[in-house]
Structures are given as C-alpha cells and as structure tokens.
Design a binder for this molecule. Structure first.
Ligand SMILES: Nc1ncnc2c1ncn2[C@@H]1O[C@H](COP(=O)(O)OP(=O)(O)O)[C@@H](O)[C@H]1O
Ligand SMILES: [Mg+2]
Length: 253
C-alpha cells in the first residue's frame, strides 16, 4: 500500500500563535481517512498544508511521495490538478450553470469543444447520482444536498488521485447528510480515489472512515479505526464521542 499523504511533525505558527503542533499521520492509497475535531482545532489548516497553500513552520508534508514544502509554482499547480477539493461552503459560482461549474477547470485551462466538456460533466454528474436535467440549472435552483453533489462532481472532474472534503455535511439536515456519507463511500468504491474527510460530524466519521484522527487544539489525540476509537480509554476521546453521538449511540454502534 502506498502512502498518498505523509505528514511528519507538522508544526504551524501564525503571527506567533501555535495552530498545529507536531502533527504526524499518513493516508494510504484508497482509504477514507477522517480528521475530526471541534471548531478551530486546526482541521482546515492541515488541508491547507496538503495542497501547498501554507508552508510548515516545522516538519514536512509529502503528497504522492513528493515534499510539498519545496515545490516550485509549476509543481504546485500540477499537484492541485491531482487533488479535488470540496470546500466547506460548497463554493459554486452563482452565475454559472451546473455544467459550467463542473466543467470549470476545462473551460479555464484547456482548449476543448463544449460537447467534449459536457460529456465529462455528464459522466461526473452520474457518479454523484445527478441526471442530465440539472446541467443547465443555476446553483440557486438546487437544494443544499444537490449543491453539495455538484461541488463533489466538480472536485472529481479532473480525475484527481486524492479528494479532500472539508465539512461535507455541515449545513445539511441529518437525512441529506447520510446521503452524502453514502456518496463519499460509493465514490471511493467506484473510483478507488483516496479520500480525506474533515468533519465535526461524529456520526459521519464513524460511518465512513477506514481510519480516523482525533484532533484537539492543533494536536493529534488518537488515530485508529472506528472500532479502535470506539474502545479508546483516552478521556478526551471518550468524552468527545459521548458528546457527538450521545450515550445510547455508543452502546449501539
Ligand atoms: N489565515 C489565518 N490567520 C490566522 N489564524 C488562522 C488563520 N486560519 C485559521 N486560523 C486559526 O487557526 C486555528 C485553526 O483553524 P482551522 O484550521 O480553520 O480550524 P477548523 O477547520 O478545525 O475549524 C483557529 O484558531 C483559527 O482562528
Ligand atoms: Mg474548518
């Protein structure tokens, strides 16, 4: 099994403030790896290092076997083409149709015929269980769950080897959240794409993860499979699970 992401002793200070401290973990090819922690614990900050937006104060970040820290601008561009990023807010372009949003990369970067782009868009929409009929709609005409699917379709448009989902279920109702959970798993099963899911949704994390990392105030508290985390004897982890799932769920999960 190859390591798609390898982070070793990542420490980040911003304006003298410690944001991440000695964060070490790796993500295996094809796995769904979840980073779970409260608001402000540093989840999004970790992903910013993975895509080369931020440089570590200390430690290193390797993606696809290459150190992101020393990459040239061109290498970073190449790296980002290989990483699909589903932003926390969905971040679709309001004035563009669904197909233009999903095909955005090709419209911007490649000299391709519209029909060729639309063909790719149809294929990606199908992967997120959306039909042809949404192609010409605007984001404002879609439900929250559909918008999230379009954002995912856009993230996979270039067939990235890694997808990063930042809070994919935030702002969605519980039923739609479970639909998105299932979609993340089915996409991984269909395409084998390595997935990093940042979330504070404990139900999602236990449902979809191969392994999960519990983050608190910029530090790794524990890394393990859902069943290892469930059996954790670390007080912070037990407390965190209890708050996130409720007492009854701990017994039934
Ligand atoms: N651009 C920034 N400048 C200064 N501080 C930041 C910046 N981005 C994030 N932070 C701080 O870093 C900490 C972690 O933030 P973040 O990674 O966004 O947390 P999470 O995604 O877990 O909610 C927070 O205290 C936040 O205020
Ligand atoms: Mg965040």
């Amino acid at each position: 099994m190859g390591k798609i992401v390898e982070i070793v002793e990542l420490t980040k200070y911003i304006n003298g403030r410690l944001i991440l401290e000695n964060v070490t973990f790796h993500v295996e090819k094809g796995e769904i790896f979840t980073i779970i922690g409260g608001s402000g614990s540093g989840k999004t900050s970790i992903t910013k290092h993975i895509v080369g937006l931020w440089k570590p104060t200390k430690g290193y970040v390797k993606v696809f076997g290459k150190d992101v820290t020393n990459m040239s601008f061109i290498e970073i561009e190449e790296l980002r083409k290989n990483i699909g990023y589903v932003f926390q807010q969905g971040a679709l372009f309001d004035s563009l149709t669904v197909w233009e949003n999903v095909g955005f990369f090709f419209l911007e970067h490649e000299d391709m015929e519209e029909e060729e782009i639309k063909k790719i868009v149809r294929e990606k929409l199908k992967l997120v269980n959306l039909g042809e009929e949404v192609m010409d709609l605007l984001p404002s005409e879609l439900s929250g769950g559909m918008r999230k699917r379009v954002a995912i379709a856009r993230a996979i448009a270039t067939n990235p080897q890694l997808i990063i989902y930042d809070e994919p279920t935030s702002g969605l109702d519980p039923i739609t959240s479970r639909v998105i959970d299932d979609l993340i798993v089915s996409l991984r099963d269909k395409t084998g794409t390595t997935s990093i899911v940042v979330t504070h949704d404990m139900v999602s994390a236990f449902k979809i993860s191969d392994r999960m990392l519990i983050l608190n105030k910029g530090r790794v508290v524990q890394i393990g499979t859902p069943s290892e985390i469930m059996k954790s004897d670390i007080p912070f982890v037990r407390d965190f699970i209890k708050k996130g799932l409720g007492e009854a769920s701990i017994r039934t999960l």
